[in-house]
Design a binder for this molecule. Sequence first.
Ligand code: ADP
Ligand code: MG
Length: 257
Amino acid sequence: MTEAPTLTERAAGNADLMIEIVGMHKWYGEFHVLKDINLSVRKGERIVVCGPSGSGKSTMIRCINRLEEHQRGRILVEGVELTEDVKKIELIRKEVGMVFQHFNLFPHLSVLDNCCLAPIWVRKMPRKLAEEQAMKYLERVQIANQAHKFPGQLSGGQQQRVAIARSLCMNPKIMLFDEPTSALDPEMIKEVLEVMTGLAEDGMTMVCVTHEMGFAKQVADRVIFMDAGQIVEENEPTEFFNNPRNERTRLFLSQIL
Ligand code: ADP
Ligand code: MG
């Protein structure tokens, strides 16, 4: 098998590369789910990933923090190559925050404790400091007044904002979003997108799987379209929406816009 070429050389010349995926393949058993994925994300870039259900969007972003393993090609996050090395995986997970469709909050912990858990146990932060920091981020997502409630007592939009605050409490350098608004009622989508837009304005490096095309137009530096395990098209938003080149992109856009 040939090594992906000159990766370190390229990374050395691009000190601001946060994510580099080169010739990456993944299989679930016999099923070839990701086929030759190539993607570079620079510091501060906002990437939106879209595409039909089952095209491999979740799998791709889950590979970036090693929630899924790839079998071929290379993934580097801040220059660290993802391999089986557990220490490296721990390192990457500290740097890369992830927000899921179904929030994944701990139901038996208060909002505040949800936000303090990882800083205390992973970052070894004193509880008082962790709580102060949690309150700061809960204020930022405008939910500080709910800090002592349990997730089940909050609306979906509120839970998702807590999930974002919880991620921010680890001071991640990269944030991955996997359809963060698709489980929400329409009136709650906006409040979550506003938080994400704020993060983008603050310069966070973001990879967002979403079908919120208004958000993509407003915030994305690049839009990526996936189909059947491949990146089929990639462009800055205006070109992507006004002048899609691939037949499959056109079909997809005609169905969702
Ligand atoms: P998307 O997020 O674009 O909807 P996914 O990455 O979730 O796509 O899934 C891509 C394909 O891989 C789908 O056909 C899905 O059924 C399959 N798949 C996802 N997760 C697993 C898994 N853990 N085991 C086997 N197949 C899976
Ligand atoms: Mg998905």
